[in-house]
Design a protein around this ligand. Structure first.
Ligand code: BDR
Ligand code: CA
Length: 347
């Protein structure tokens, strides 16, 4: 409660934020596999008065479940936010082996930067149960922001489908309508648990997909690093170290900056005017030989109606398919990066 009040007070005072007395911080639960860009997303959320971060639930992905929980606890400790519940969840994807990504995120998942031991303690609840409980306690108010594989969110829906109409929105970092980053077709969060992602996409709640298409338009580069390095503070300095690691990594692969994938999903929760969306019917491919984990988006929301006549099908018309996802199709990338920097500088 204290936290929500502080957030509302800060909202009125923050530069560039509409100071309406009715303004109310948006309640979010971030499901995360921290992870370098997860860490950036989490600190952005914790420093944004528009958001009331109720919990971090941890899912394995970039790192194991145990490492992810430690990292999440270190991050809330760094931000002095032990009021945020941090809970572990699934230990592995629904139907496949875990794939971890220390190759991209450093041995500890946090760019090899060693943060102090956490002073905040883990919540004893199982992540999906915590999600279920918080949604029932605040019906129609919670926005879920999954920025890792969708395992925990899928488990929550499977265990208690009655949460679906009670969730305000699900803002997913994952997927792509223009090719993958794991391979030609699939984005990592979806690839790492396609069945879970399909459950989340088809659940029937409002889903916004912040995919690679827009994440790739938010490259954090050297000039941004220099800008953030001008100011100091424990979170500011940690972010500079992590982003320095990421910028160097991007340069190694011939890019001019590091995509802010997970932070951008938080950006959507903070300010939905940053991006344009298009309603599409999206399915997750769970079987394809080359395309398992692809988000297959129907931009026209139409399918041919093929009817069997004897030994062949005849196209008899075109049917409408209901869109289930608002797909982010463009973003004001530099405006978002400046929003991020303004929230972290000096912290
Ligand atoms: C996603 O994969 C992870 O490695 C990142 O943290 C992000 O959530 C991008 O494909
Ligand atoms: Ca992530």
């Amino acid at each position: 409660m204290l936290c929500a009040c502080l957030a509302i007070a800060a909202l009125a005072a923050a530069p560039g934020v509409a100071a309406s007395p009715q303004a109310k911080a948006r309640k979010v639960i971030i499901d995360t596999d921290p992870g370098t860009d997860d860490a950036i997303a989490i600190l952005l959320a914790l420093n944004s008065p528009e958001l009331d971060v109720r919990a971090l639930t941890v899912v394995p992905g970039n790192v194991t479940a145990a490492q992810g929980l430690q990292n999440a606890l270190k991050l809330v400790s760094l931000a002095n936010r032990c009021d945020v519940a941090v809970a572990g969840g699934a230990e592995h994807p629904l139907f496949q082996k875990l794939i971890t990504a220390e190759f991209w995120h450093g041995k500890n998942g946090l760019a090899n930067v060693e943060l102090p031991a956490p002073k905040c303690k883990a919540d004893t609840r199982f992540g999906p149960d915590l999600i279920i409980q918080m949604v029932h306690e605040a019906p129609h108010e919670i926005t879920l922001v999954p920025i890792g594989p969708e395992t925990n969110i899928a488990l929550a829906v499977l265990k208690d489908p009655s949460i679906v109409p009670l969730v305000k929105e699900v803002i997913v970092m994952g997927g792509s309508i223009s090719g993958g980053n794991v391979n030609a077709a699939a984005e990592a969060n979806i690839y790492n648990d396609p069945e879970a992602a399909q459950i989340v996409f088809q659940a029937g709640w409002p889903v916004t997909m912040v995919g690679l298409d827009v994440g790739n338009e938010t490259l954090f580069g050297r000039k941004h690093l220099a800008q953030l390095a001008k100011t100091h503070g424990p979170q500011n300095d940690f972010m500079v170290s992590v982003l320095d690691f990421l910028v160097k990594l991007s340069e190694k692969f011939g890019d001019t900056g590091s995509p802010m994938y997970d932070p951008l999903a938080v950006g959507e929760a903070i300010d939905s005017t940053l991006m344009k969306t298009q309603a599409m019917h999206v399915d997750v491919e769970t079987r394809g030989e080359f395309s398992r984990g692809e988000t297959v988006a129907n931009r026209r929301n139409e399918i041919e109606r093929n009817v069997l006549h004897g030994d062949r099908y005849i196209i008899e018309g075109v049917d409408h398919v209901k869109p289930n996802v608002e797909v982010c199709t463009s973003v004001e990338g530099e405006r978002f990066i400046q929003l991020f920097i303004s929230r972290i500088e000096g912290k």
